[in-house]
Ligand binder design. Structure first.
Ligand code: 5AD
Length: 365
């Protein structure tokens, strides 16, 4: 096992070293890794946790990913689309509550009407959430899958400045196993490059605990994040959904193994990339009631409280067991605040909370 002092002072780990760290099973080793990651986080990013209010705009999706509950072949899903007004209302609530940023996420669509709606919503949010505390309005992150460079440019011009597009796995053959042939690894890579070209801060991420995925694959994912100079990461455990091809193979997960592996992945990513933003995702909480707090203790510094109106929350089910389905946005707020202060961290109210990594790229030292 790598020396504890090395864990805190190095970030240039080899694939072999990262795979070894990710495979840790002894509780004392895991605690050593956790403590090192938490330290690296606090030293490089401080103790603030940034909020991004999550608005799940629509579950209409043209993709057929073999793991995802809202894949187009799942006919059991009630499909919905929020109105621009509903999106803007959720964002205004977010600004009022002093969350500095929102994420608009949606099933993938590339038609003109979709692009137009997003551009309109982004413009309105920027205009209507300006205040003394947030002179430029809320920070806006988009998570709308693969789009053309042109569309990315329109979104950027409208005022969104961060975009999340998960690679799901950086291993091309594993990627091919979990996607239909029509979705290519190459095109995902091109989209990530296009996002950078359009001027976004770029986020990506993977699912952890996929069938056939090893610690070497995960170590390769971190090497991929570094190579692509990624600014922010959202990743969490894979949770089989029964109405999907992978869910129907009988592949079973062990909750605590899945959570532990995800936490180690967060910690390892923090050690390798000290100044990026890493989210403690909702999927972690789906498998463990205090999964998100644990994520923060293992080096994450972003949380995405759900703002989606309660009446459609249960339609946006990417995986089973999604938490907070019957809670309102304000209930989520009170609950999260208590959870975050319980682990000695503070909330970065009224801040966009860009990663230091992205800020330093924009204004090199
Ligand atoms: N388990 C965990 N995460 C999932 N996602 C989709 N389906 C699942 C699942 N069954 C994740 C993917 C996608 C993000 C929006 O949700 O990583 O990019």
């Amino acid at each position: 096992m790598i020396d504890a002092a090395d864990l805190r002072t190095r970030s240039d780990f080899s694939i072999d070293e990262m795979a070894e760290i990710l495979g840790a099973t002894r509780p004392d080793e895991i605690e050593e890794i956790r403590r090192a990651a938490e330290n690296v986080l606090l030293e490089n990013c401080g103790s603030e946790v940034y909020y991004r209010g999550l608005i799940e705009y629509s579950n209409i999706c043209q993709c057929d990913c073999c793991y995802c509950g809202i894949r187009r072949s799942n006919k059991g899903v009630h499909r919905y689309e929020l109105s621009v007004e509903q999106i803007v209302d959720a964002a205004k609530w977010c600004a009022q509550e002093r969350y500095g940023s929102v994420v608009i996420q949606s099933g993938e669509r590339r038609d003109k009407a979709f692009i137009k709606t997003i551009v309109e919503a982004v413009r309105l949010i920027k205009r209507e959430t300006r205040s003394d505390a947030l002179p430029q309005g809320l920070g806006i992150t988009l998570s709308l899958g693969e789009q053309s460079l042109d569309s990315y440019r329109h979104f950027r011009e409208a005022g969104a400045h961060r975009y999340l597009l998960r690679i799901e796995t950086s291993d091309p053959s594993l990627f091919a196993q979990i996607h239909p042939n029509e979705q290519s690894f190459q095109s995902r890579l091109e989209s990530l490059d296009a996002l950078r070209e359009a001027g976004f801060q770029v986020g990506t991420g993977v699912m952890i605990g996929l069938p056939g995925q090893t610690t070497r694959h995960l170590a390769g994912d971190i090497a991929f994040f570094k190579e692509k100079d990624i600014d922010m990461i959202g990743m969490g455990p894979f949770i089989p959904h029964e109405a999907t091809p992978i869910g129907q193979t009988g592949y079973e997960i062990d909750r605590s193994t899945q959570v532990q592996r995800s936490l180690l992945m967060i910690a390892m990513t923090r050690l390798a990339m000290p100044d990026i933003n890493i989210a403690a995702t909702t999927a972690l909480q789906a498998l463990d009631p205090i999964g998100r707090e644990k994520g923060l203790k293992y080096g994450a510094n972003v949380i995405m409280p759900l703002l989606t109106p309660s009446e459609v929350r249960s339609d946006y089910l990417l995986y089973p067991g999604k938490p907070c389905l019957d809670e309102s946005a304000s209930q989520c707020r009170a609950c999260l605040e208590a959870r975050i202060s319980s682990i000695g961290r503070t909330i970065g109210y009224d801040k966009w909370g860009d990663s230091r990594h992205a800020l330093e790229r924009a204004a090199p030292k």
